[in-house]
Design a protein. Structure first.
Length: 94
């Protein structure tokens, strides 16, 4: 691992510690529950009724919220090894 890769991994680990410090205690878990509902963390952003009209603007808004929830989930639950895999799959930044 290069020095730059080590620095970027350390940055990911620092972010993970920060997310855990905010959410991994009773009040943080309560806030996380609210965010899961608000961000559509456990459901599709596409209407289930195939006959319902699709509001693409609303769907994009909901998908943006969902991406936030996925990021929170990723940083709260990943091991160092999983962070390395994510780092390795990132696009190269010169």
């Amino acid at each position: 691992m290069t020095e730059k890769q080590k620095e970027e991994l350390a940055d990911l680990q620092k972010k993970q510690v920060a997310y855990r410090a905010v959410f991994c205690h009773p009040m943080g878990i309560e806030a996380l529950r609210d965010l899961i509902l608000f961000c559509k963390g456990g459901e599709s952003t596409v209407p289930e009724d195939p006959n319902a009209p699709i509001d693409t603007h609303r769907m994009c808004t909901l998908e943006g919220r969902r991406q936030v929830m996925l990021r929170l989930n990723r940083f709260l639950n990943l091991t160092d090894e999983e962070l390395l895999v994510i780092y390795a799959s990132r696009p190269f930044k010169p």
